[in-house]
Design a protein around this ligand. Structure first.
Ligand SMILES: CC(C)=CCC/C(C)=C/CC/C(C)=C/C=C/C(C)=C/C=C/C=C(C)/C=C/C=C(C)/C=C/C=C(C)/C=C/CC(C)(C)O
Ligand SMILES: C[S@@+](CC[C@H](N)C(=O)[O-])C[C@H]1O[C@@H](n2cnc3c(N)ncnc32)[C@H](O)[C@@H]1O
Length: 373
């Protein structure tokens, strides 16, 4: 029973009662033997096992990605011998990996001795960004190896992720910008695809992408609305990456590069749309509030701010917000996942009066909010 017996609502009473039943070995025994009810019991037991074994499943997927087996198996049916050669593993290890992958639907064997991707592997083959994310997860899992120690040591300690995202480490710099900018550029297509379908950029003349990285989002926007003039604002080391990338790909759109830190440098003016793509969740509330106020001041009346990032209260994807990004950003040492209501409240506090959600097709990848000055 709760310590605050007098204050129990009907919902708390129900939850305590339900938990007492679910936690009872006698009830579990009864449920697993009773016709029909046992179907629910089996599903719940399997879900519990999945939560216990999730790390193992992830590492099996990682092995497929690191061995480049996802594109290899997508391109046709392969014999075990060919997969042994391709993956550079012994035959028994290859078969163990294939059977593990088969149980997770990463791969399947539609005829004896021949393998291709399964129903979970095939969609991944189209998503180079997700594969890049999977490759960098060893940093997150290093930090999470002892989760209680990670939570207990507070946020000022250096971790594998804070050493990677150097702007989030306690020494805040743009060293290593090349590594994280490449990861962001690799994963940007899945984000920009969602936003370009959901928001009409052609209604604007000049767009400033704050924290725009090496310019992957900006170039996608420029390709969809070619009359736009686009500014990219980021740390000097990242702007150097943008300069290299725009030059290398001979991108001819009208870009202006603004090196600086939004914590110190004034936000450039003259833009009628400012975008913050995967920026706010990286930072603690005080930094976000200061940034949003500066953005508000930099916009003309009628100007807009578009916030694009995964959000915590996403229906059908709750664990993505508070579990995945919650622990990820804790390990990184900065920021937190916010619900759309929390972000909207911050926008209101910064001065914006009209704040509207922008519906995306796959909210697990990103959501968006537009705020008008
Ligand atoms: C035809 C048949 C047989 C059946 C039809 C049934 C049917 C309709 C099937 C649908 C098949 C289908 C179209 C599947 C599509 C699947 C898709 C689009 C899956 C997309 C998955 C996306 C994923 C998994 C994205 C993962 C993203 C991650 C992990 C992002 C991590 C981001 C990080 C760490 C960001 C870091 C930046 C920082 C530091 C936080 O700022
Ligand atoms: C998670 S990445 C997102 C990059 C890009 N918007 C995208 O979605 O692909 C965060 C970006 O914010 C930039 N950033 C972090 N702190 C910054 C600061 N104080 N001033 C300017 N940019 C900053 C980083 O350098 C990085 O490019």
């Amino acid at each position: 029973m709760s310590e605050f017996v007098d204050n129990l609502t009907w919902k708390s009473r129900w939850v305590l009662r339900r938990n007492a039943i679910l936690g009872s070995p006698a009830f579990q025994r009864w449920a697993s033997r009773t016709p029909f009810i046992r179907l629910i019991a089996r599903r719940r037991a399997a879900a519990q096992f999945d939560m216990i074994a999730g790390f193992v499943y992830t590492q099996i997927l990682t092995a497929f990605v690191e061995a480049e087996l996802i594109p290899y198996l997508q391109s046709g049916l392969r014999t075990v011998d060919a997969i042994v050669q391709f993956a550079g593993l012994e035959e028994d290890a290859t078969v163990r990996l294939l059977k593990a992958g088969q149980s997770l639907k990463i791969c399947e064997s539609p005829q004896p001795g021949m393998w291709t991707l399964g129903e979970a592997g095939a969609p991944l083959s189209a998503n180079k960004g997700a594969m890049a994310m999977i490759r960098h997860h060893h940093l997150l899992y290093t930090d999470l190896a002892r989760p209680l120690a990670l939570l207990g040591q507070g946020r000022q300690t250096e971790t594998a992720l804070s050493a990677y995202w150097t702007y989030a480490s306690k020494t805040e710099s743009d060293a290593g910008a090349e590594g994280y900018s490449a990861l962001m550029a690799a994963t940007q297509p899945m984000v920009s695809e969602q936003i370009l379908d959901a928001y009409d950029f052609a209604q604007h003349r000049r767009i400033l992408d704050i924290g725009g990285g090496s310019g992957a989002f900006s170039t996608a926007v420029a390709a969809s609305a070619c009359q736009l003039k686009i500014g990219i604002f980021d740390l000097p080391g990242v702007i150097a990456e943008a300069e290299k990338r725009l030059g290398r790909d001979s991108i001819s759109a009208d870009f202006t590069l603004h090196p600086g830190s939004f914590k110190e440098t004034p936000i450039p003016q003259g833009y009628d749309l400012i975008t913050l793509v995967r920026i706010l969740h990286d930072h603690d509330d005080a930094v976000c509030s200061a940034l949003l106020s500066k953005v508000y001041a930099a916009l003309p009346y009628g100007g807009r701010l578009l916030v694009v990032e995964p959000m915590a209260d996403t229906p059908t994807a709750q664990p993505m917000g508070e579990a995945y990004f919650g622990m990820y950003l804790w390990a990184m040492g900065s920021g937190r996942p916010r619900s759309s209501q929390e972000t909207s409240a911050m926008l209101r506090n910064a001065g914006f009066t009209t704040i509207k959600p922008v519906k995306t097709a796959l909210p697990i990848i990103t959501r968006a909010i537009v705020a008008i000055k």
